[in-house]
Design a protein around this ligand. Structure first.
Ligand SMILES: Cc1cc2nc3c(=O)[nH]c(=O)nc-3n(C[C@H](O)[C@H](O)[C@H](O)COP(=O)(O)O)c2cc1C
Length: 323
């Protein structure tokens, strides 16, 4: 499928390690039939060692879906990309991860300081796959090294078909605000499509980001936490102008329970329960007593007790709405 078709809905799910797993991708797809899904970053070193991994799992309806690879060895990444073609509609290379452990090994955003290596990666992968290839990077490593325009041009020349750019530098990590206006400069200077990323959490911010960046679309990460319908609501707005409301408190708590059950089915009860703990704050908020409930929920490791607590949470949040 040509890249234009893969991104035609103008909204994609940004990759998030430990978050955009098979379960979350499936949930988002139930709301949006058309957005581009992205896997978590898949380490090319790890995939070279172990091919049988849950991280690559997909359903038939997951297309369009991009698989993201990290690494710094061109041939190794290209071999992994070739292997992933059986699952993927597009391969994405991670050039933006700011985490110390990743950049120390010249992976992720460290590639923005090593443009020749990044070019070699793109060229090698491109020559070995038949599906489109994209890159995801930041504005630069630090504010003194804002090389995103030239970097984007060189990735395009090396063979990239599509860019997602997070409007922060590596040194910002996730602090400060994403600078959507800077992204307009990249968009002006490349011919391939560009998706803007960073801090889009609602229909309003999506509209503002598109206006300021002039990008072809937007990639959404943290905004989907606690609200897997966000991408679909933004797509509906962009396509029809119709404003669908965010989920109510009641819907969020029901969504939390549904998510928990799906993760348990995917990972088994013990691991599933532990895995979802980090997501309670995104679903259980906005009513008095929410933080106390969250504090108690994270201590529970028995499904029966969690269900009882979620019943109580649902009741309490309803009472709150009536007050
Ligand atoms: C927990 C977490 C994990 C992430 N993992 C990845 C990753 O695996 N690959 C990647 O390119 N970006 C990763 N990111 C960055 C996001 O894709 C995105 O660029 C960033 O969160 C900004 O977008 P947002 O404000 O919509 O979340 C991660 C971000 C978070 C918060």
């Amino acid at each position: 499928m040509p890249v234009k078709k893969l991104i035609s809905s103008r909204v994609s799910l940004a990759p998030m390690a430990g978050i955009t797993d098979y379960v979350l991708r499936s949930l988002i797809r139930e709301h949006s039939k058309t957005c581009l899904l992205t896997t978590e970053m898949i380490s090319s070193e790890a995939l070279t060692q172990v091919k049988e991994t849950d991280i690559v799992k997909r359903d038939n309806n997951h297309s369009p879906i991009s698989y993201q690879l990290s690494g710094h060895k061109p041939k190794m990444i290209a071999d992994c990309a070739e292997y992933l073609q059986q699952f993927a509609d597009m391969i994405d290379i991670n050039m933006g991860c700011p985490v110390n452990k990743v950049v120390k090994g010249t992976d992720g955003c460290a590639l923005m300081r090593n443009v020749e290596l990044a070019e070699e990666i793109v060229k090698t992968v491109k020559s070995q796959i038949k599906i489109p290839l994209s890159v995801k990077f930041r504005l630069g490593y630090t504010f003194e090294e804002l090389n995103y325009v030239e970097y984007g041009q060189r990735m395009q020349e090396a063979g990239a078909d599509f860019i997602t750019i997070h409007g922060r530098t590596r040194s910002q990590m996730y602090g400060g605000k994403a600078d959507w206006k800077k992204i307009a400069e990249l968009k002006k200077n490349v011919d391939i499509p560009v998706f803007a990323n960073g801090d889009v959490v609602s229909i309003e911010t999506a509209e503002k980001c598109l206006e300021e960046s002039n990008a072809d679309g937007i990639a959404i990460g943290r905004g989907v936490l606690g609200d897997p319908s966000l991408i679909a609501r933004i797509e509906t707005y962009l396509q029809t102008g119709k404003y669908l409301p965010p989920p109510t408190l009641e819907e969020k708590i029901a969504g939390m329970r549904d998510y928990l059950y799906r993760e348990i089915e995917f990972r088994g009860e013990d691991v599933g329960i532990k895995f979802v703990r980090k997501f309670y704050p995104y679903y259980i908020n906005g009513f008095s007593g929410a933080s106390r409930y969250r504090g108690e929920l994270v201590l529970l490791d028995n499904l029966k007790d969690i269900n009882k607590m979620l019943d109580e949470v649902a009741l309490q949040s309803c009472k709150n709405m009536l007050v």
